[in-house]
Ligand binder design. Sequence first.
Ligand SMILES: [Zn+2]
Length: 226
Amino acid sequence: MELRLKDSFFIITVSILLLLYLYKLLLKKNITIFKTIKIDDHFFIFTGIIILLITFILSSKSKLTLYTNYNYINKSSQQIISPIENVQSEDIEDTYGAPRPNGRVHEGIDIFAPYGAPIHNVIDGTIIYKGRDNLGGNVIKILGEDNRIYYYAHLSGYGKIEQGKDVIKNQVIGFIGKSGNAHATPPHLHFEIMEIHWLFPLSFGTINPYPELIEAIDSKIVKYVN
Ligand SMILES: [Zn+2]
């Protein structure tokens, strides 16, 4: 069973319309409690709230995609795969939380691989963002079936993917590169996992993906597609 935001929007809209209709009926029957506030005031408040809500949700396309595809009920716990084929666990360093310039910390794990090597999607999900980012260069954000956000950065190019569309585990979503602030380092994928704390307003934080990555690499059960 799934309950996504677009379904709840439909339910809410129908409920509001029904309530307005009921309100009109009550007004006709001259029930005094409903006559203390003029319909104009109600209409004003109602429209204001709707406009605020729509503005908030539409403030970014990626946020809208996230909201409409977030699955409230069915939080799957499928295991991730390694985004890069032929990577050994001993080649990956746990640099999550390591200091970075300008007081930042490293919020992900870097996986070094040859320039242009394919990057595979680690979990079934939906592309919530495909585009540029100051530090990340060419990036992808995917909302996983497990309701976490997966962030891939420094790509040289993209696979056959589209923002707003679903992607399956193992699918090639992009290629290793040096875009963003990785221009001076060897080509690598910067990989992050974010957990959503609050959906409204959206609040999330990164977790250390290192243990899951190592487990994924060591399990070696994946047959990579190209
Ligand atoms: Zn990094």
